[in-house]
Ligand binder design. Structure first.
Ligand code: CAA
Length: 377
């Protein structure tokens, strides 16, 4: 792939590639069957991957948005769940990085870099795509905020140490009346609810959350009062780059399995890889993976250069996620009956892929965003 990584980025890429092959990929099937892998989490911490892009002063490795995309991309080549876990952790921690006070950064970013798990709580059972429709509410009571409500579909909930929770602070103002709060695990009134029994990405933990009169100090608010909606949207711009990276890595994982199979399996006296019908599938898959990879690193570079990247991140996520599902289904087709069996892993990757078209902005919402932006130009 044509992309100019720095020497340092190449070193990180090679390190994560090696780590993924040795530690991540071999555990992916176990996670699909058993759920979140605490041992792997410890290994990610020891490898310094939980805060690779955070500033050195807060315990990170000072990587930029391209480095973040490299880490997610390489992890996804072995386990989409693991890549999604790290993506969701960064989605929440980055809100403190970009909008927190110095006091909040000094307290929470070293925790994030050391491996305490963060989660981003925007979605509710009755408000997903319509993010401004959330009902959780924080009401001022003297010097504190009293938070009530709940969240649903929050990646890392149930295993997280720190939650960034979006709640209405002035409901009559719609999206202009939402604020972001830091809620630590163990806070009185925070209840972890039902764990979702998901189709894929089963190595990540997803639960319901409920808030019963949680008392939060004024210092728990991140960013200005009522600025939470824009903060969340900006954070999602970054996370959508990660989804592009997961899509590229996951699709490559599936194609690698299919490639080995196609070179081994023979029909009509030759490997199926030599049949044009199969060859064409690989040509299309490879071209689409390359396109997703380039779109992803291009938008990561825009982010690293401090440019607004809402449109390009939405495009990378939309194109990448749909490409990824399609690629996994094509790989199942290449493997035929074996592709439909759990033994050959591709069916698991296809189940993981589907989430990418739903989480962090559905394809429909992204088409609305992209269409409206292009037509307004
Ligand atoms: N960056 C900066 N500002 C932004 C922005 C961005 N990316 N997106 C919107 N804004 C600003 C707008 O400019 C506007 O500001 P002004 O009023 O000052 O002009 C304001 O925010 C409101 O924007 P919209 O009018 O576009 O707001 P809307 O209510 O119409 O919502 C939407 C639009 C795009 C559909 C939005 O609701 C949305 O993105 N929905 C999808 C939410 C989503 O992706 N959810 C997944 C969460 S992931 C999760 O929860 C799971 C997990 O664990 C990770």
């Amino acid at each position: 792939m044509l992309f100019d990584f720095t020497q340092e980025q190449l070193m990180i890429r090679d390190m994560v590639r090696d780590f993924t092959a040795k530690e991540v990929e071999p555990r992916d099937k176990w996670m699909d069957e058993n759920g979140f892998d605490h041992e792997l989490h410890k290994k990610l911490c020891n490898a310094g991957l939980m805060g690779v892009h955070l500033p050195e002063q807060y315990g990170g490795a000072d990587g930029d948005a391209i480095t973040s995309a490299i880490v997610i991309h390489e992890l996804a080549k072995g386990s989409a769940s693991t890549a999604l876990f790290v993506d969701a952790h960064w989605l929440a921690a980055d809100i403190i990085l970009y909008h927190g006070t110095e006091e909040q950064k000094s307290k929470y970013l070293p925790m994030a870099a050391a491996g305490k798990i963060f989660a981003f709580g925007l979605t509710e059972s009755s408000a997903g795509s319509d993010a401004a429709g959330i009902k959780s509410q924080a009401v001022k009571d003297g010097d504190t905020w009293v938070l009530n409500g709940g969240k649903a579909w929050i990646t890392n909930s149930g295993v997280a140490d720190v939650y960034i929770i979006l709640a209405k602070t002035q409901p009559e103002l719609g999206n202009k009346g939402i604020s972001a709060f830091i809620v630590e695990e163990g806070t009185e009134g925070l209840k972890i609810g039902k764990k979702e029994d998901k189709m894929g990405m089963r190595g990540t933990c997803t639960t319901e959350l409920s808030f019963d009169n949680i008392r939060l100090p004024a210092s728990a608010m991140v960013g200005a009062e009522n600025s939470g909606f824009k903060i969340a949207m900006m954070a999602l711009d970054g996370a959508r780059i990660s989804v592009g990276a997961i899509a590229a890595g996951l699709a490559e994982h599936a194609m690698t399995i299919a490639k080995h199979y196609a070179n081994e399996r023979t029909t009509f006296g030759k490997p199926i890889a030599k049949h044009q019908g199969i060859m064409f599938k690989f040509a299309d898959m490879a071209a689409h993976i390359e396109a997703t990879t380039l779109m992803t690193y291009n938008v990561a570079r825009m982010k690293a250069e401090g440019k607004r990247h809402t449109l390009e991140a939405a495009m990378a996520k939309l194109f990448g996620s749909e490409m990824c599902t399609k690629t996994c289904m094509e790989c199942i087709q290449v493997l035929g009956g074996y592709g439909y069996s759990k033994e050959y892993h591709v069916e698991r990757l296809a189940r993981d892929a589907k989430l990418l078209e739903i989480g962090e902005g559905t394809s429909e919402i992204l088409r609305m965003l992209i269409g409206a932006t292009i037509l307004a130009k």
